[in-house]
Design a protein around this ligand. Structure first.
Ligand code: AMP
Ligand code: MG
Length: 533
């Protein structure tokens, strides 16, 4: 295959404006307002005072086919931090609504995200570039449209880490500092402080959310709903038929909704596999493409506790706790079904798709758990083995990631305590009764493994390909934030590098695979996060 011709200057980027060419937008001022009758509002990003680039994702640079000459240029820095844009970009903010914590919240919209436009990259794939933290839009409501380094760094690193883990996600091209300060009260307790301002350039085929459809239905804008649905199908579900070419596109919409349900189910299985907790699964934070979107107060499960949430705002209700995520995804899909109803006017196919979600999720979750355990596939009877290991995991504080990595080494008769020591947070919890239970389970497990007749090397390889060794542990991100806030970005680059190969042994980075140190147990940023970002 010929090497791609890389764009050497921003003028050579292949740009597209399919949103602006197809959907109605509001060309007013940046003034905060309701925008009925349109899908988005044109808005110019704010030019930062003295921007500087902190980090780039090499993989995204490659996907966008950007020459190093571009990424080193001042024009590029302007592009990804909010300065002057190349000819042909006409930025806009999406109008969307959403159900927040179970309640309809009306118009929300991109309050601090500005879509620059689409770039055609590798393989002629389209990528929307979006700046997060580049100032106010008509949807900023009472907030400032800005973002701080702490949350931007978490989004930048985590979206790239998720990609390398094989989890569908929006991506990040760059992290830049604005050179300005932003005031935030991190825990809403009267302790506001000035923090460094930052902008992440996010990238995805589309940033459309469930809430984009909900807002038009809530406003009775059925024609607009249809236009947006047709656009989304044409753009991002091109394998489905083109709705405008059909006299009755109902079946296409039904097939589309089925696919959204399938993608969302698969996303939930991935989150449960790697131990990711989103933290704010409002319908405005659900991607129509089934991508992980909007990295706010997310967190990684350390000790296995399905009831754990990283989000302090959700600490009392735990609506978005780790173990609730699949159920909440279904609840959110129900809201999307209501929003799409005017296109379909029948409840039965929508209900069937929602039932299929539950079936697919359960099915895939079982296979995923079987794979995590190293079984070739899920068999009738494996249910009990899975149920018992989950109970054992929850019984004492056990690091989920380290447990499954250690389990791959089980096989030779050995000392159970030595095998799992690395995964236990409180060794004094490990008594004989617990060890007996674990040994008993291990025995059953090894008998079951033997029935697969697979060489243990091959099994270990399969297990290590689904059980990551390296995840972006909450405290690791916080250590990088602390250093970055004092101007040292080495840790950001190191983490970006470690998270590139999460399933591989990386002896030079062994310490990044260790369990959370005790000092981080209750430290803000490591164990609890708020939406303030
Ligand atoms: P979230 O649940 O954090 O994704 O955000 C919910 C809504 O609040 C969305 O409409 C966001 O765009 C908006 N929002 C969050 N933070 C800010 C901010 N600093 N400035 C403006 N809008 C914001
Ligand atoms: Mg959001």
């Amino acid at each position: 295959m010929d090497a791609p011709v890389l764009a050497k200057s921003l003028d050579e980027l292949k740009l597209r404006q399919s949103v602006q060419d197809t959907l109605p937008g509001d060309r007013g001022s940046n003034q905060i307002r309701q925008t009925p009758g349109v899908c988005y509002a044109y808005v110019a990003p704010r030019t930062p005072h003295s921007p500087s680039l902190v980090a780039l994702s090499d993989e995204m640079v490659d996907a966008l086919e950007l020459h190093p000459q571009i990424t080193a240029s001042p024009e590029f820095l302007h592009l990804v931090s909010g300065g002057e844009l190349p000819e042909g970009m006409d930025p806009y903010a999406w109008c969307y609504g959403g159900h927040q914590f179970g309640h309809w919240a009306g118009q929300l919209g991109d309050g601090r995200a500005i879509n620059l436009g689409e770039v055609l990259g590798r393989g002629n794939s389209h990528y929307v570039l979006q700046l997060k933290g580049a100032g106010k839009t008509p949807y900023s409501r009472t907030a400032d449209g800005l973002a701080v380094l702490r949350s931007s760094l978490r989004e930048f690193l985590c979206s790239e880490a998720m990609h390398h883990l094989g989890v569908p996600t929006t991506r990040a091209l760059s992290l830049a500092l604005t050179g300005e300060e932003v005031i935030r009260d991190m825990f809403y307790n009267g302790n506001a402080r000035a923090e460094p301002g930052a902008v992440v350039c996010r990238v995805a085929p589309s940033f459309v959310r469930f809430g984009n459809f909900e807002i038009h239905t809530a406003r009775g804008e059925t024609e607009l709903l249809k236009t947006l649905a047709n656009y989304t199908i044409r753009q991002d579900f091109p394998h489905l038929d083109e709705p405008t070419r059909s006299d009755d596109p109902t079946d296409i919409y039904i097939e589309w909704f089925n696919e959204i349900c399938r993608r969302t189910a698969d996303l939930m299985v991935h989150w449960m596999r790697v131990g990711f907790c989103h933290g704010v699964m409002n319908t405005d934070n659900m991607s129509i493409l089934g991508l992980t979107i909007d990295y706010g107060p997310y967190g990684w499960l350390e000790d296995y506790d399905p009831n754990w949430t990283p989000n302090t705002t959700d600490a009392s209700g735990r609506r978005y706790a780790f173990g609730n995520q699949p159920r909440i995804a279904l609840w959110n899909l129900n809201q999307l079904a209501n929003a799409l109803y005017p296109l379909i006017n029948k409840t039965e196919p929508l209900e069937a798709a929602l039932s299929a979600f539950a079936e697919r999720y359960n099915d895939r979750w079982r296979s995923m758990m079987a794979n995590k355990l190293g079984l070739i596939d899920f068999r009738e009877g494996d249910e009990a083995l899975i149920k018992e290991v989950i109970e054992i995991l929850s019984h004492v504080e056990t690091d989920m990631t380290l447990f499954f990595r250690a389990l791959a080494k089980a096989g030779d008769p050995g000392d159970t305590r030595a095998l799992f020591k690395c995964a236990w947070y409180q060794e004094d919890e490990i008594n004989d009764e617990y060890l007996n239970r674990l040994d008993h389970w291990l025995n059953d497990y090894l008998v079951r493994l033997a029935s697969d007749n697979e060489l243990s090397d091959a099994r270990m390889r399969r297990m290590n390909a689904v059980n990551p060794k390296y995840v972006l542990r909450n405290y690791l991100a916080q250590v990088a934030i602390d250093a970055a806030e004092s101007g040292d970005f080495k840790e950001v680059h190191r983490l970006l590098d470690v998270m590139r190969r999460p399933y591989d042994e990386q002896p030079e980075y062994e310490s990044y695979a260790a369990r959370r140190p005790e000092w981080a147990r209750n430290r803000p940023g490591c164990s609890m996060l708020s939406c303030s970002s």
